[in-house]
Design a protein around this ligand. Structure first.
Ligand SMILES: *Cc1c(COP(=O)(O)O)cnc(C)c1O
Length: 463
């Protein structure tokens, strides 16, 4: 299997941990709290429950595959991020990780802001009552229609991604008789992924405007000249699934340097910097993510130190965690269909979903954990590959996993940490029906995104 695709670009594929379990876990029935949502536990009967609800009953009621999202965990993570900065920063949840109207309401209630990057996400945010001024609009190719809608709605900021977009947004704002607050997204020459960050002279990727070669400084010049735009700050997002602060440190230093240049050239101190998202979560027991409080302390002290050195007032910081909030709060529940032993090679455990509900393994070689959840087992651990039901040999859910050797058709297994970039990246490949998202809270469960039906498929297919 070639490591052909990677969130930080194929060049960096070699930074992925080799990661395949060298030894089975000591206890296959144990549920590592690092990777499972907070209210997940094993019951006395041996099955697993979330918020007091047995997965066997949940499977009965909602079917499989399905995502179960722990609302109390989601809200607790929102609060942890909000409180970590003690009000000194704005937390924007990155909606692309997973967005629905219920999610928007929870964010609003917990005091978070929201990043959107398409007209569809904007519509969802507004439909669920997120105040427009708490929405940031991202994207490297926003259409004129999307920009129009965002400005008309009164979004709090548009993050400008190119020279063409500077002109486009300014023009539309003027047409609407508005002055639109904007940030400029810069690429700071740092790409971070997992435990590594890589500093490159210039980044060969589609997002942002390069600091190198004075491009970002030129973007600032142009924005400051346009009446339709109010420049409120500089934005930098360096990568995904990041576990240490070294990349943020370099990024913050370079952004602050730009702020100092802007002050020297234009006599203005920009009031905000946004350091993006990308903070890692535990997909397996080998991952060790930082707590929001550590991240907040570290980011705040980096920015403060750099600003002092440059003689600047400390700007307001914003951050954009997506995965770190929603990722750990959900698991995907599957039913085992077939167990196929290839003599001397490997055992394949097939489930009733696959790459249509979790593309990350195929797309990024992402690693996941998996547990038998409808019962406990004292059978020996067996190294298996958990695969889906799609017509692709790359349709892998968990590449290497230990399950009890007595795993059988009809068992329920669950993959934790699927709250981010699973439902939001789900497809209808093979005319699969995208699974529902069921929110569980205080001992009750309710569907927040329903399962697709065959009627849904036929409704789009106009014949
Ligand atoms: C994707 C993205 C995020 C969120 O990334 P996570 O890894 O989910 O935290 C934040 N900001 C921007 C600009 C992004 O593109």
């Amino acid at each position: 299997m070639s490591r052909s695709a990677h969130p930080a670009g194929p060049r960096y594929a070699d930074v992925l941990p080799e990661g395949h379990y060298s030894a089975p876990p000591a206890d296959l029935n144990a549920l590592d709290p690092k990777v499972w949502a907070r209210t997940v536990t094993r019951t006395e009967e041996g099955s697993v429950s979330v918020s007091g609800l047995d997965v066997r009953a949940l499977a009965e009621e909602f079917g499989t595959p399905a995502y179960f999202l722990d609302e109390s965990d989601f809200r607790a993570r929102c609060r942890a991020w909000h409180e970590a900065f003690g009000g000194a920063a704005d937390v924007f949840y990155a909606g692309k990780a997973f967005l629905s109207r219920a999610i928007v309401r929870w964010l609003h209630e917990e005091g978070l802001n929201l990043d959107v990057c398409s007209g569809g996400e904007l519509t969802t945010a507004l439909a669920a009552g997120m105040p427009a001024e708490r929405i940031a609009f991202h994207g490297n190719n926003k259409t004129a229609e999307e920009i129009h809608r965002a400005i008309e709605a009164g979004v709090g900021r548009i993050v400008l991604d190119s020279f063409q977009e500077i002109v486009r947004v300014a023009h539309i704002a003027q047409e609407l008789g508005k002055r639109q607050p904007v940030q400029i997204r810069v690429t700071v020459g740092v790409e971070a992924h997992t435990h590594e960050f890589i500093a490159t002279a210039h980044e060969d990727q589609k997002f942002g405007i390069g600091l190198a070669g004075g491009q970002a400084a030129e973007a600032v010049r142009r924005v400051l000249k346009l009446d339709g735009l109010e420049l409120i700050g500089i934005h930098s997002h360096i990568g995904s699934q990041i576990f240490d602060m070294a990349g943020f440190e370099v990024s913050a230093r370079r952004v602050v340097q730009l702020l100092a240049e802007v002050r020297d050239e234009h006599g203005v101190e920009l009031p905000e910097i946004d350091l993006g998202g990308g903070l890692g979560i535990a997909y397996t027991s080998d991952d060790d993510p930082c707590e929001p409080r550590e991240i907040a302390t570290s980011l705040t002290s980096i920015v403060t130190r750099e600003c002092r050195a440059a003689g600047l007032a400390v700007p307001r910081i914003s951050v954009e965690p997506g995965r770190a909030i929603v990722g750990p709060t959900a698991f995907t529940l599957y039913e085992v269909g077939t167990v196929k032993e290839l003599d001397g090679l490997r055992t394949y455990v097939s489930v009733d979903g696959g790459m249509s509900d979790n593309i990350r393994t195929a797309l990024y070689d992402a690693e996941y954990s998996v547990s038998l959840v409808s019962r406990s087992s004292s059978a020996e651990p067996m190294l298996v590959r958990v695969v889906g039901k799609h017509c692709e040999s790359g349709d892998i859910v968990v590449r290497d996993a230990f399950l009890p050797a007595d795993i059988a058709s009809g068992d329920l297994i669950a993959v934790p940490a699927t709250g981010a970039y699973c439902r939001s990246m789900a497809s209808n490949y093979n005319h699969a029906l995208r699974p529902p998202v069921v929110a569980v809270n205080d001992g009750s469960a309710r569907v927040i995104v329903r399962r697709e039906t065959e009627e849904d498929l036929l409704r789009l297919d106009v014949g």
